[in-house]
Design a protein around this ligand. Structure first.
Ligand SMILES: Nc1ncnc2c1ncn2[C@@H]1O[C@H](COP(=O)(O)OP(=O)(O)OP(=O)(O)O)[C@@H](O)[C@H]1O
Length: 553
């Protein structure tokens, strides 16, 4: 442990004064409002490092970080692990609102009574609620709120557990999420740090509270600490962002002299048809990869229905053997530790040159060994299993292109790892059928990818974050960043909303993910793809207002 005055930002980063104040704040709540790339998420990672290393969050107390998306929660967890090591990071719980609510429900379920009572093996469904047996995702936060609001024991439990609370992307907090934060930590000794950007508020349709950062500042007596830097984007991109900021929140715009420089590129590409667009963008992607841009640094963003809008591009990339990942289907899954374990196992046995997957596999497997002796025995059993499975997979009789051939191998491996180790991977796995459901979903995802061309290595690349170009909706790309960003279809048919501010905020989130190169496309004709809904306009019009922000120095 080190004294607070000896702490320096991890990895030698230099923090601007307000960021340093927020990171090292001892006992006041703060709210950090800042634009894209200002380092808000990094600030939370640095603050975790500060609190854990200096003992401001003393053992056995923990830090709770709440995000909106599994990917964002995992990114933050990984950043903290890199900053302060696995041991200290074990006291950092980075979860989504849903996961936080689920923990509360599982730990204090008997506090739910009457029509809210739940059986121990209750399930979670996307649509239907069944008395005692099943709740929906939408019910989770309100039920957790019922528990925390009515049960002093539950409230005391979480306050005892968490000395510090982080709230990421807080501009998108809705009323029941806010009430949950308030019921859990209002008037408590927990120190809260909220970060957000009003201009990136894209969850208004889901009830994101207007002015929630100010409400939080008032309710929690939080000091507002604005940040001014943008560490992400090259100057040309920052100037485009600034033109949007000047329209959305004129007071937050930067003076032109702060944004000088020629670095970065913005292109607007017009196409007659979507298939022409697919071909040209696939050419670009191929060039970028040849130039050494890592696939994970290329993102294709689509406002809605990426599986339809980007279908032609997907086929074009598949034909060229370029792996891509449609996040709509696989993002939430790969953030699950059990899916990560299964995919790492498959990578290690299907391909020899996978040192990272091997290290990740061993890290997960070793997490819960009780003694050193037991760990050594377990280690040699796992290694032996990997050797025999590898040999089996290389045998000419093994049907590597058949999904069914892999299923028993995965199950044998999971049996060896053992049920208690698997359930310890995530708190949610101890209850109900979640673990088994996820194992089935993971194998389904692998099967789906394997049927594309029967090549296990290709299938695993498409399921990996590191080796595949990513197709994301704007909602899924929040908080992420990429060297190259292509926003497909900047058309009035796709960028439409009753509330014009929503369209602006979403476009702003999309363009501000790019570090150096932004490509905006529109096509005049988008042929109806298979599976399109009845309302699919084939004739398209460019969104002139949004595209106009690309024009300028
Ligand atoms: N003090 C710093 N010095 C150098 N680089 C930094 C600093 N803070 C953050 N960065 C880098 O800048 C990039 C943007 O940071 P981060 O993702 O934390 O921004 P953000 O404010 O959360 O962005 P957004 O709201 O757009 O998601 C990251 O690559 C991060 O590593």
């Amino acid at each position: 442990m080190i004294p607070p005055e000896d702490w320096c930002p991890a990895d030698g980063l230099i923090l601007e004064p307000n960021a340093l104040t927020a990171v090292t704040m001892i006992d006041a709540n703060v709210v950090v409002a800042a634009g894209p790339g200002a380092g808000k998420t990094e600030l939370l990672a640095q603050r975790a490092d500060f609190l854990l290393r200096t003992g401001q969050c003393p053992y056995p107390r923990r830090i709770l970080a709440v995000s909106f998306k599994v990917d964002a929660a995992r990114n933050l967890r990984e950043r903290v692990r890199r900053r302060c090591g696995s041991q200290l990071a074990a006291r950092f719980d980075s979860v989504t609102f849903h996961a936080f609510a689920k923990r509360l429900i599982d730990n204090f379920r008997p506090a739910l009574v009457g029509p809210n009572a739940l059986d121990p093996d209750y399930r979670i469904d996307t649509e239907t609620r069944i008395l005692r047996k099943q709740i929906t995702f939408k019910d989770m936060v309100p039920l957790a709120l019922k528990i925390v609001g009515s049960n002093a024991y539950a409230r005391g439990g979480i306050r005892q557990t968490y000395s510090h609370v982080f709230l990421d992307e807080f501009q998108d907090c809705n009323n029941s999420q806010y009430q949950l934060v308030k019921a859990a930590f209002g008037q408590s000794t927990a120190v809260l740090t909220a970060v957000g950007d009003t201009k990136q508020r894209i969850m208004a349709f889901a009830g994101a509270l207007d002015g929630v950062l100010q409400t939080f500042a008032a309710d929690f007596s939080a000091d507002p600490l604005p940040l001014y830097q943008n560490f992400r984007s090259a100057p040309r991109l920052r100037r485009m962002q600034n033109r949007m900021i000047a329209r959305m929140d004129p007071a937050a715009a930067s003076p032109a002299e702060d944004l000088v420089g020629e670095d970065g590129a913005i292109e607007v590409l017009k196409f007659d048809t979507a298939s022409q667009e697919a071909e040209v963008i696939a050419d670009r992607i191929e060039d970028w990869l040849e130039q050494g841009v890592p696939p994970s640094e290329i993102a294709i963003l689509v406002r809605q229905q990426p599986h339809l809008v980007a279908a032609a591009l997907g086929s074009e990339l598949t034909a060229r053997g370029i792996a891509f990942r449609n996040e709509q289907e696989s993002q939430d899954l790969t953030a699950e530790p059990i899916a990560a374990l299964v995919f790492s196992f498959l990578r290690v046995v299907a391909d020899d040159r996978q040192p990272d997957a091997y290290a990740e596999l061993m890290r997960i497997v070793h997490r819960s060994s009780a003694s050193e002796q037991e760990a050594a025995r377990f280690d040699s059993q796992v290694k032996q299993k990997l050797r025999t499975t590898r040999a089996a997979v290389r045998d000419s009789a093994f049907a590597a292109g058949e999904p069914a051939a892999w299923t028993p191998l995965v199950h044998e491996f999971l049996d060896l790892v053992s049920r208690p180790v698997l359930t310890a991977l995530s708190p949610g796995y101890q209850q109900g059928n979640r673990l088994d459901d996820l194992i089935v979903k993971t194998l389904d995802a692998y099967s789906r990818e394997l049927t594309v061309n029967g090549d296990p290595a290709h299938a695993l690349r498409r399921l990996s974050e590191a080796d595949a170009v990513r197709f994301l909706t704007i909602h899924k790309c929040k908080g992420l960043e990429f060297e190259k960003v292509v926003v497909l279809g900047v058309e009035t048919q796709l960028f439409w909303d009753r509330n014009a501010d929503t369209v602006m905020s979403e476009f702003f989130v999309a363009i501000s993910r790019a570090k150096r190169h932004l490509v905006l496309t529109y096509a005049e004709y988008r042929e109806r793809p298979d599976g399109a809904p009845w309302k699919w306009d084939e004739l398209r019009t460019p969104h002139r207002t949004l595209l106009s922000f690309a024009e300028g120095p």
